[in-house]
Design a protein around this ligand. Structure first.
Ligand code: MG
Length: 382
């Protein structure tokens, strides 16, 4: 069952920035603006599927922006944003998600914290939007003169993603067709639905003007940021003649038990990379209940995590892995392991550290009942 779908509105013509290209497809740090937006949503563990509403003329641009992200087929929008959202919602009828997050394609800096707060609020309320309290004094102007000062207490700037229970917002949009409202919360309010305010982010601005695009490009041209993720995993020994560690076959007088190939080191590494981009854990992406991953080679898991990072424009700077066991001896395989992990991640071998330790005969690794591994991934993000 699909619980939460992100519906991205990218059907606008938005050519006021000049040129022939709608703004959501303009270049931002080497990729289309929309690519960044879609990648953040597609990698969020709280979102099960992403559908984009596009203008039919933009299909070639869209295909480039969405390549490899595993999104639902896009649907064509309508004459206004509101029409486009309604058509997008109608297109989700077969999926019948519990919740839908409606997001502007031109807000590429939406972050996992904001998404999580919106989804979290939907447990209590039929609608939720991220918003920022107005800090500037507001003036009502007339003919270039101040006509009045507007009380700013309790005034907020609304952002997206705006989250709603699917059935409620679909009905509200059907009822509001032709009304020309400027956001989906307005549509919900009109239908009498309570909409909660959650904390938004100043960085989650919408690219509307050339100044906005400059600001976005400065953010991408800047030093970026470094993040760290950690991973830990354990697999137990079972009778056998060898096991996989760091994607390398290691002869041993036992094997490791697991749904996949039980490569405990690559599982810890995968969780470390996922952790660095707040993209959930290996069990979320590759559930042990799913037969597709029965006996799977674990390099697929690590490559998937690296792919999510790369979709965000980031890369692994360093990976430090520690394997904890009495036997097998890791030393003889260390070079091959580092080379294999570097190959899976597409980075040079001097950025991969493979360490090994025992627990001095103590605990389950000391009793030779299994192997534990922990990993720390350092990643760079634009
Ligand atoms: Mg595991």
């Amino acid at each position: 069952m699909v619980k939460c779908v992100a519906l991205v509105v990218a059907a606008g013509r938005g050519r006021r920035l000049g040129g022939e290209m709608p703004k959501q497809y303009l270049d931002l740090g080497g990729r289309p603006v929309l690519r960044h937006t879609l990648a953040v949503l597609a990698t969020n563990p709280g979102i099960d599927a992403v559908r984009c509403v596009i203008h039919p003329d933009d299909r070639p641009f869209y295909d480039l922006a969405a390549a490899g992200l595993g999104l639902l087929e896009p649907v064509d929008g309508g004459a206004s944003r509101q029409d486009s959202v309604r058509l997008g919602l109608e297109s989700l009828a077969d999926l019948a998600p519990d919740a839908v997050l409606i997001h502007d394609g031109a807000r590429p800096f939406v972050d996992a914290g904001t998404i999580g707060r919106v989804i979290g609020a939907l447990e209590q309320h039929p609608g939720a939007i991220p918003a920022i309290a107005v800090a500037d004094t507001l003036k009502h102007g007339r003919h270039g003169l101040v006509a009045a000062t507007v009380e700013r207490v309790n005034l907020y700037r609304a952002q997206t993603p705006q989250g709603f229970r699917y059935g409620d917002i679909l009905e509200a949009h059907r009822a509001a067709a032709g009304c020309e409202l400027t956001d989906d919360a307005s549509v919900a309010e009109r239908a009498g639905l309570a909409v909660a305010l959650v904390t938004g982010s100043e960085d989650n601005f919408k690219i509307t003007t050339l100044a906005d695009l400059d600001r976005a490009r400065r953010a991408f041209g800047g030093p970026g940021e470094t993040r760290t993720g950690s991973g830990f995993d354990v697999h137990r020994f079972v009778p056998g003649t060898g096991l996989w560690l760091c994607g390398v076959p290691v002869p041993h007088d036992a094997a490791l038990d697991g749904h996949s190939d039980a490569d405990v080191a690559l599982h810890a590494a995968t969780d470390a990379v996922l952790g660095a981009i707040a993209a959930g854990d290996i069990g979320h992406h590759f559930p042990p209940t799913d037969d597709r991953w029965k006996g799977a080679a674990s390099h697929l898991f690590l490559a998937h995590a690296a792919g999510l990072l790369s979709a965000l424009g980031g890369r692994v700077v360093h990976l430090d892995l520690t394997i904890i066991c009495e036997r097998p001896k890791v030393g003889p395989h260390r070079g091959a392991m580092a080379a294999r992990v570097a190959e899976i991640l597409g980075i040079s071998q001097n950025r991969v550290s493979i360490k090994a330790t025992t627990t001095e005969g103590l605990g389950f690794t000391g009793r030779r009942e299994g192997i534990a591994a922990q990993a720390t991934a350092t990643v760079w993000l634009p």
